[in-house]
Write a protein that binds this ligand. Structure first.
Ligand code: HEM
Length: 642
């Protein structure tokens, strides 16, 4: 039997002290009590006992083998949602656990895939984090069924759901933060009573608010725990809809009309209830979900479906087919020789003990290596990740403006070249450092000059590339420009990294990266690291061409320029170093050319309008024309003699 379990949870074995990190109390932490056992704590309070299945991939895979589960979709646990916290802390927390989920799934041979979480109290941050996570390999997102007083029909949450549809993210709605808590202090009633009611509330709010009439039909949304009490109370809802105008809300159609707009999982724990759920929702709308590995989850995952009286074809939909549709995966069907010698189609056998394979459009698109035998041979497209690459151009204009694709492709191409530049410039720094450590050897110097030549050639292409963007009429750009604000070139992390790495460091520029702590941290590191300029002059010191330290910045500058002068004056002995100097100067020159061409293109496209990043536009950019990475190399020219 082939099966995907779409509703399982994980906890990493450890994580940073969140209370200390954010300076607020009662964040979840994990207390290991004995081998394989731990307790999730909220401050001093015990929240839940958990076992190593939460953090140990091996234990999990063994359980999956035991239960005949080929793929599990893991998500963090609602206790980590943090929707009531400061949005920036909730985002940071989401990022920690989202990255931990990918790390957790990585060694599973494609048998564990993850859903991310987002700080749903802040829609902009949520959309950005979802996009990041989808790029990183998550298949979708798990969200809570409400944010404080806001149900899922809240305009901001609907905007987020639209973003999910656009990103192709599967959405799992999980009940949390249960209603009427003071009336349910005991007996786990928030779980047994509150959760089903919360989930029902979420589904009903999407229906009667008319949200399903407005949400895109390609939104793939699923409600946990069989949709809570929704299916059982659908008759009541329909009756109210028919006989009480107020109960109709804004939905165009009666509630049952919308059943084909969402999925529910199968976590209902009773055969007759499952049968009823399938009758109400339809066989195409229920997917195996177990709540593994928690005590309130299905203990032998899949047994409820397998042991039910449902038809074999329906069981197969519940175990596999519906999950693949929710996740937008296609099971790989291969022709296998039958005993009779006739070819029959069957779900292919995958590696790593996984008896089911998925097409590269599905799992591969999320970043995992192909798992089926046929596609495990490297191809042009699997090596270069072409399908993934071609999915990364997502226009904001709607209807899509013809030229927005060009705008995206040109920027993405720049960023790819920036990546290569950083890669090579880092290697130049390493080679110059080794030249400084070993002044007798010429290897580092030659290699640095060779790599710098590559950097200048890349820069030449980058200067030229603006002409392609200039084939776009200004009016065409203005037709979709406002959709892009407040995104701006100011936020090009790699451009700033190149500046910092070369030696042009301006701490103020970090403020454009405050919303993305990871990027901020990278730039902060670059800010404090030795730059190419620092390393270059350290090497000249090692060659005894430069002494110091000098007492003022001006004296340092002048003595550095004199050291370069000395290099050029003794060409016979310093050809290799002179070559490095020439390459650095050329690189500097080309970056200024890049700045100039960028300004020309900006003026040609938007005139003297302000930038989307809030600057004065071209007049701000003109101020950057005087910036140089290696001013001493330019200064030395004034002293040189023939
Ligand atoms: C129609 C095309 C473009 C327009 C109108 C445009 C406009 C601008 C403006 C006005 C700024 C100043 C910051 C602001 O207020 O937003 C800026 C900065 C920047 N842009 Fe562009 N840009 C365009 C294309 C590009 C492309 C293709 C790249 C390639 C990576 C790029 C990279 C940058 C960078 C790195 C900055 C920061 C420069 C600095 O701080 O020195 N831009 N852009």
């Amino acid at each position: 039997m082939k099966a995907i379990d779409i509703h399982t949870h994980f906890f990493p074995k450890s994580w940073p002290d969140l209370a200390a990190r954010y300076g607020t109390p009662d964040w979840p932490w994990i207390k290991h009590t004995e081998p394989g056992q731990a307790i999730i704590m909220l401050g001093d309070r015990e929240f839940r006992k958990i076992t190593s299945a939460c953090w140990d991939v091996q234990v999990r895979l063994e359980d999956m083998d035991r239960d005949g589960i080929d793929l599990q979709i893991v998500s963090a646990t609602p206790v980590l949602f943090a929707y009531g916290r400061e949005a920036k802390d909730a985002l940071d927390c989401a990022r920690l656990f989202n990255d931990a989920a990918l790390e957790f799934c990585a060694p599973s041979g494609g048998r564990l895939k993850s859903l991310c979480q987002v700080p749903l109290q802040d829609i902009e941050r949520s959309c950005a984090e979802l996009t990041r996570c989808m790029r990183a390999g998550h298949l979708g997102v798990q969200i809570g069924n409400h944010v404080g007083e806001k149900n899922l029909d809240d305009p901001g949450i609907l905007e987020f759901l639209r973003h999910c549809a656009k990103e192709g993210a599967a959405v799992l709605v999980h009940p949390w933060d249960m209603m009427a808590a003071p009336r349910m202090p005991k007996y786990m009633m928030p779980w047994t009573v509150g959760m089903p009611a919360e989930t029902q509330l979420a589904v009903v709010s999407l229906i009667v608010s008319g949200a399903f009439d407005r949400l895109p039909e390609n939104l793939r949304i699923c409600f946990a725990h069989g949709g809570g009490s929704f299916a059982f109370l659908l008759g009541r809802l329909e009756n109210a809809w028919r006989h009480h105008p107020v109960a109709r809300g804004f939905s165009k159609f009666e509630p049952s009309h919308y059943l084909n707009r969402f999925f529910v999982d199968s976590a209902v724990f009773d055969s007759a209830t499952l049968q009823f759920l399938v009758e109400k929702m339809g066989a195409d709308r229920v997917a195996l979900g177990s709540d593994y590995p928690f005590p309130l989850g299905e203990q032998r995952v899949g047994s409820l479906i397998r042991d039910s009286g449902l038809a074999a074809e329906v069981k197969s939909k519940l175990l596999l087919g519906n999950a693949t549709r929710w996740l937008s995966m296609e099971p790989v069907v291969t022709a296998a020789p039958a005993k009779s010698g006739r070819a029959v189609a069957e779900v292919s056998s995958a590696g790593s003990g996984c008896p089911v394979g998925f097409s590269s459009r599905a799992i591969d698109a999320a970043g995992a290596p192909p798992v089926d035998g046929a596609s495990s041979k490297l191809t042009y497209s699997s090596y270069l990740k072409i399908p993934e690459l071609l999915k990364l151009q997502i226009p904001e204009s709607s209807p899509e403006h013809h030229d927005e694709l060009l705008f995206i492709v040109v920027h993405q191409t720049y960023e790819l070249w920036f990546k290569e530049l950083l890669h090579d410039l880092d290697a130049v720094v390493a080679n110059l450092s080794s030249a400084a450590a070993n002044p007798e050897s010429r290897d580092g110097v030659y290699e640095a000059a060779r790599l710098l030549r590559r950097c200048t050639e890349i820069m030449r292409v980058l200067v030229e590339q603006f002409t392609i963007l200039e084939t776009m009429l200004p009016t065409h750009f203005l037709a979709f420009r406002e959709k892009l604000a407040p995104a701006s070139g100011f936020q090009s992390e790699q451009f700033r990294e190149i500046e910092f790495l070369c030696g042009l460091k301006d701490e103020k520029m970090l403020r454009y990266h405050e919303l993305t702590p990871e990027t901020h941290a990278i730039l902060n590191r670059r800010l404090h690291e030795a730059s190419l300029r620092d390393v270059f002059f350290a090497a000249l010191k090692a060659l005894r061409l430069l002494s110091g330290p000098e007492s003022s910045e001006l004296e340092t500058f002048e003595s550095r320029a004199r050291a370069i002068h000395a290099l050029y004056a003794d060409e016979k002995n310093h050809r290799d170093w002179i070559d490095v100097c020439e390459r650095l100067t050329e690189f500097d020159e080309l970056v200024v050319s890049w700045r100039l061409r960028h300004i020309q293109m900006v003026e040609r496209t938007i005139g003297i309008r302000m930038g989307t990043g809030g600057s004065t536009g071209s007049s701000y950019l003109k101020l950057t024309l005087d910036k140089k990475f290696f001013p001493e190399l330019w200064e030395a020219r004034t002293y040189l003699q023939g």
